[in-house]
Design a protein around this ligand. Sequence first.
Ligand code: PLP
Length: 423
Amino acid sequence: MSPDRSGREWAERLSRVETRNITFLDPPPPFWTEAAGARVRDAAGREYLDFTGAFGVAFAGHRHPLVVERIRGQAERLVHGMGDIHPPAVKVEFLEALTALMPWPEARGILGLSGSDAVEAALKTAQLATGRPGVIAFEGGYHGLTLGALATTDREHFREPFIRRLTGHVHFVPFPSTAEGEEVLERVDGLLARERPFATGAVIVEPIQGRAGVRVPPRGFLAELAAIAKSRGALLIADEIFTGMGRTGALLASDHDPVVPDLICLGKALGGGMPLSACMGSAQVMDAWPPSSGEAIHTSTFLGHPVSCSAGLGFLAALRSEELVARAARLGALAVDHLEAALGGCDAVVEIRGRGLMLGVELRGRGAKRAVRRALQRGLILLPAGDDGQVVELTPPATLAPDELEEGLEILVEAIRATRNGR
Ligand SMILES: Cc1ncc(COP(=O)(O)O)c(C=O)c1O
């Protein structure tokens, strides 16, 4: 069966059983059935090269052997524990391994299953630690779609239908790729100084804005932001759900600046493909959570899920043994060189930007959406990012072989050149 016909049939079946506006079905997408490394296969048997890392999750590649081995082993012993009552032992092992990587001498974490869970935990922690409910967030920022996280996400499309349920305790300020860094910092300082209409205890920021189109702030901006937050007694929450765990060629993107945030949200890559996220902080900040009076004040049925924690240990082992952080830096530099050489002088291109394996190619007009569509026809999976989908986002696995990198970039370059010719 042709990939198009197969996609149409699966899309029709899904549309009969899933609520509208949950899965994007127009045009019908490939329905995935298998994936390994950077290769994905769909229900029609067609193979693709995945340069999205499936929303950045497959940083260690799809089905990394160390992750699969851990999942398999865990599945034979314990598939579900009782989160906050009878916790799975592997949750302890995973948190021990993760805290050891964090930038504070003594770290603590709260696990979750999605990036939004980690953001909710960070916002609650900030309120407990400062006693101030307000939050400063950035225009274009994406922090998830649960109601607390959505209140800090700046996309009308997601906010508008639920606007009356979103807390009004959030100020948005421009991200410094669109405004002068100094002006932004002054605005943040002014807002933090105000007590009315509400006092602000946290600033949440993506060190590189992902879904807004791989927007990179000027060097030093995060460090200054952290200093201002500190001087006003507020916490800096680095949302590293997309950028963290090596994606940008450093373990944390905040390491580039360098800055040590008060709270760090992690997700996506963390579980090696299993749902797993974490809000991490220093023991001092996290001790704002009061001692338990017998029932946890923040938990959920699947929190600290044993298979996810086990997969997370597999991911951390892969990160170490394959030196994925350094690989991301190296492959990212190769990719930028390749794209600049191939697309230099191409008038369809506005900018090539990013760090490590978090790259964006901004195109004029509807070029990015066209290029993404054309690349898919040629077997390369990409996503458009940015308010108008004007940026082709590249977040491939760091396990990519150099010839796979080249193969994907060649398809991308051809697709971008074709958009210039109106195709
Ligand atoms: C920076 C950032 N924060 C939070 C989220 C939300 O994560 P999730 O979709 O797992 O809830 C995302 C997802 O794309 C993200 O990129």
